[in-house]
Design a binder for this molecule. Structure first.
Ligand SMILES: NC(=O)c1ccc[n+]([C@@H]2O[C@H](COP(=O)([O-])OP(=O)(O)OC[C@H]3O[C@@H](n4cnc5c(N)ncnc54)[C@H](OP(=O)(O)O)[C@@H]3O)[C@@H](O)[C@H]2O)c1
Length: 342
């Protein structure tokens, strides 16, 4: 991660993204000096499994970050707003997976593969990763933009229940079990309606004047921050009854003509992207194929005859690992290299 072994703290170690962070650290980071696992008071005292051992979980509170170099936050935004400044005051640089800091002009929004120079200055000592689907879209769209310019992007995002964290997973499990046993499911807890055998086009609670929900605005804003001003972006977000892995149907217009075959070839060489595009053999991106993969899967790449320079494609991504954990660990690695080398 950096020339000297770092002392890490992971807040949210018991959550859906936190557990994926532990897996990514196991797979990608052989050398760091220590790892402290933190949660809220609810899970404190329990353990998480790490490198074949049980790692004790402590409650995140004053003093928790002392003696650490880097704090990785995989907690809800309200908790990140408290823990970020606390970790800073106790001497850590902070990387955050939540939306708490993404609109703060002093906090860089950075996906290391796309805009690493965003963290050259680190005003508050905090950096944020984009939401998972914005990260996936940016990895796929950047090479297309570089080759042919991007005029407009429109995405229909199909988000799995783990995008709503552990509680989303528990809701689908409980509802599916009840319905398969001929029982009425309990009232929903994490997603506004029953999600088992249903699709819920809930773009987030606070709607903008134009009607987009906050998750849809978040996706567009994060994507614009990563790709720079230029393409017009719109999104529709729907929750689907899938446990792990998001997908998106993407329609885009390039500034200059880009045949589908060329786009496919570009994506074959793009960092963080795997082309899965042999429809004749029934091979295309699906959430179940993306789980545990650090690459975004892109396929069904074809020209759109209804628009000038129009392309259509479909992507899938492991929302917890690639969409959260891989970005967070990659950003921690980047900060360590650039700001913690002494
Ligand atoms: N899920 C995704 O696909 C995804 C992808 C990218 C980014 N994110 C972002 O990542 C963050 C975590 O999401 P998640 O899906 O992992 O949620 P989650 O499954 O609900 O886990 C939340 C974690 O945060 C901990 N926590 C909650 N309040 C806390 C507090 N006040 N102090 C310390 N720890 C606290 C929880 O601890 P307890 O076990 O004690 O409750 C748990 O470990 C969110 O900001 C989310 O927006 C999520």
């Amino acid at each position: 991660m950096s020339p000297r072994p770092l002392r890490l703290a992971l807040a949210g170690a018991t959550g859906a993204v936190g557990r994926a962070v532990l897996e990514v650290l196991e797979d990608q980071e052989p050398s760091f000096a220590s790892l402290k696992a933190l949660s809220s008071g609810r899970s404190a005292g329990g353990t998480v499994s790490f490198r074949g051992d049980d790692l004790r979980v402590e409650e995140a509170r004053a003093g928790s970050f002392r003696g650490c170099d880097l704090a990785l936050l995989a907690v809800p935004a309200e908790a990140a707003r408290q823990l970020g400044p606390l970790a800073r005051a106790e001497g850590c640089l902070v990387v955050d997976a939540s939306a708490a800091w993404r609109d703060d002009p002093e906090v860089p929004l950075c996906l290391p593969e796309v805009n690493p120079d965003a963290v050259a200055g680190l005003g508050r000592g905090i950096a944020a990763v984009p939401c998972g689907l914005a990260a996936a879209l940016a990895l796929v769209l950047r090479p297309i933009r570089d080759a042919a310019g991007l005029a407009a992007v429109s995405a229909v995002a199909l988000e799995s229940v783990s995008g709503a964290g552990r509680r989303g997973i528990e809701q689908l499990e409980a509802e599916a079990l009840a319905l398969m046993n001929g029982q009425e499911p309990a009232p929903p807890t994490a997603i506004p309606y029953r999600i088992a055998f249903n699709v819920v086009p809930d773009g987030g609670a606070r709607g903008a004047a134009g009607g987009a929900g906050d998750a849809e605005q978040r996706l567009c804003a994060d994507l614009a921050a990563l790709l720079g001003a230029g393409p017009r972006v719109s999104a529709t977000v729907a929750r689907v009854p899938v446990f792990y892995g998001h997908a998106a149907a993407v329609s885009l217009s390039t500034a200059r003509p880009l045949p589908a075959a060329e786009a496919r070839e570009l994506l074959r060489h793009a960092e963080g992207v795997k082309v899965v595009d042999q429809p004749a053999e029934r091979l295309y991106p699906m959430p179940m194929l993306s789980v545990n993969d650090d690459a975004v899967h892109a396929g069904r790449i074809r020209e759109d005859p209804t628009r000038a320079n129009g392309l259509e494609l479909f992507l899938s991504v492991d929302n917890l690992r690639r969409g959260g954990a891989t970005s967070l660990v990659g950003l921690a690695r980047l900060l360590a290299r650039r700001h913690l080398t002494k």
